[in-house]
Design a protein around this ligand. Structure first.
Ligand SMILES: NC(=O)c1ccc[n+]([C@@H]2O[C@H](COP(=O)([O-])OP(=O)(O)OC[C@H]3O[C@@H](n4cnc5c(N)ncnc54)[C@H](O)[C@@H]3O)[C@@H](O)[C@H]2O)c1
Length: 312
């Protein structure tokens, strides 16, 4: 049994069915339990309401589900939340998860950290960042993820737990609406037939499709003793202009415009990311990004009742 806290969100909606298809029994605890439809997997996926910032809710979920492994995905994306509100979900919620697992003798946990942890590109020149780099992140979201990573390590060292942080890059998918979204809207807005504009053509991103992220969590959580505590997902380093060009191959009439051709690269977040750990230990391989763009275009068009686009 695997318990996924925050299991009905953007990742959880994919991860629970994926694990179920691998034969796992899944319990999801979420404060919004109705935002995912697991009816196709109703025998293997059960959903309960619970608030990860309430220690009793987490203990209760562990008592009901009796999992051997736990994944925590419940978090606020972004840095604009009132300090106390963000602390309760991001810091206390994560610690509730670690501590409840310790008390319930659940040794294996995975959670989502972020690309935000290492901080801006300017600290690294032109080289790829790796998990050993200094954590330069300084905004609320990054600071909370940095603390989560430190706290996880403390639990591992003092209590012998096996806790893995996955640091996703710029995750993309048709239903992504919070976090880094310009690289997503560059695809989804024209797929709906609407115009879209961005400040810089050369702004760099590192997208990875949410299906790949779900696959990573599925591979990582079933391993008992992983080699590393922190793993970057990496992704495809690409500019918004290049994404626009791919979209226009599939949708020649797409109206994607930029205010300026240059000036975006210097202010881009991290986009050169080393994911050797995941590749070597978990055999992770990503489908070509171009295929994922077409997949997203057609997901949007299917939902909007528009004709689908064929691959070229
Ligand atoms: N989406 C991205 O681009 C991205 C990139 C890097 C890292 N991450 C991290 O991945 C994780 C999952 O992201 P996501 O995109 O699936 O987020 P999401 O917001 O779609 O899902 C989070 C889930 O947590 C639930 N939740 C919120 N507060 C809760 C609470 N108090 N108790 C229980 N559940 C609660 C929400 O209802 C939601 O279903 C987060 O830790 C996020 O920081 C996401």
């Amino acid at each position: 049994m695997i318990l996924i806290i925050g299991g009905t969100g953007f990742y959880g909606r994919r991860l629970a069915p994926l694990l179920a298809n691998c034969g796992e029994e899944i319990a999801c605890m979420d404060i919004n339990p109705e935002t995912a439809d697991f009816s196709e997997h109703s025998k293997q996926v059960r959903v309960m309401r619970g608030d990860v910032s309430q220690f009793d809710d987490v203990m209760n979920a562990l008592n009901i589900a009796k999992p051997s492994r736990v994944i925590n995905l419940a978090y606020f994306l972004g840095s604009d939340y009132p300090p106390r509100v963000a602390f309760k979900l991001n810091i206390l919620g994560m610690d509730n998860c670690f501590e409840a697992c310790r008390l319930a003798a659940v040794n294996r946990i995975a959670y989502a950290s972020s690309l935000a942890v290492p901080g801006e590109r300017k600290f690294y020149g032109d080289r790829r960042i790796n998990e050993g780099d200094f954590r330069h992140g300084h905004v609320q979201y990054a600071m909370h993820k940095i603390f989560n990573e430190w706290q996880a390590q403390d639990y591992c060292e003092k209590h012998g737990m096996e806790i893995t942080a996955i640091r996703p890059a710029n995750v993309t998918g048709p239903d992504k609406i919070i976090g880094s979204v310009d690289h997503v809207f560059c695809i989804t807005t024209p797929a709906r037939g609407n115009p879209v504009s961005f400040p810089f053509r050369d702004a760099m991103r590192c997208p990875i499709h949410v299906d790949e992220v779900a696959e990573i969590f599925a591979r990582v959580i079933v391993k008992d003793k992983p080699e590393h505590w922190i793993c970057n997902t990496g992704g495809q380093a690409v500019s918004l202009g290049e994404i626009a060009d791919i979209v226009k191959e599939f949708l020649p009439g797409a109206q994607i415009t930029f205010d300026k051709d240059t000036g975006g690269k210097e202010v881009s977040g991290n986009y050169l990311i080393d994911n050797t750990r995941l590749v070597q230990e978990f055999g992770v391989q990503y489908r070509p990004y171009r295929e994922r763009v077409l997949q997203i275009i057609n997901d949007i068009r299917r939902e909007a009742g528009l004709p689908l686009i064929g691959g070229r």
